[in-house]
Design a protein around this ligand. Sequence first.
Ligand code: FE2
Length: 301
Amino acid sequence: MTIRISQTADIQKFFEGAAGFDQPKGSARMKNVVHRVLTDAIKIIEDLEVTPEEFWKAVNYLNELGSRQEAGLLVAGLGLEHYLDLLMDAEDKAAGHAPGTPRTIEGPLYVAGAPVCQHEARLDDGQDPGTLLYMRGQVRDTEGEPVANAMVDVWHANTGGTYSYFDPSQSAFNLRRRIQTDAEGRYRIQSIVPSGYGCPPDGPTQALLDQLGRHGQRPAHIHFFISAPGHRHLTTQINLEGDEYLHDDFAYATRDELIAPIHFTEGPDGRYATINFDFVLQPAALPGEEGRLERARALEV
Ligand SMILES: [Fe+2]
């Protein structure tokens, strides 16, 4: 018979104390959250009969996750980051917001402070012999009007599936730029076609996915923050049509409206690819909506 003690008055009182309920100092919000985590955790231990050995394995896992800086990867892989998007979508719908380009996950690999360019930019430093990519598009509002001077903050992986800053073999801000749209809301990008990528094969995220019988692969994609005064900040990414993982993304970022057709052409100087993709920004209704969510991000100086 399973022994249960989590609901007894003594244990309830014990974890109220552990969460600081009897202390005048500290944050009431944090006390509530920690109390809930603790009481849910002991319920899980009893319901699933978690052994002490399994408990300490989980504690060690958290240490490994932190030491490898993979917590952001794990929350994407377990669908929690996508869940936050779905929750915000539902809140938008309930509030009657006009739909714009769908949001999707930021992921953990943004670096703040990329160079700002006017209207167009070359993203790659010429070191990666990838397929030349020309991408262009327009930023519009929900009325169909172009948004001049919108900031198109773009980042993507190289042909090896790695990102500058996190991959120290790449030059600073390689494949990262901020581009201000022209008077007609247009932007133009020259870069290389990115590859998809997987979780580090020897890391704790992949180790857990292995236990779940899941792969850790993402389709090729390009990340964007799009922002402009008077408009809601948009965090999104486009996924390149034709990738084998397009509808099997371990991070659940693919959305039908964000699948970008990519056309390959044999030119006189070799093969190149083109993508046309427009973005639609919602009007900002509340203060703070023009900016991106606050979270810890890498800053390269
Ligand atoms: Fe990415």
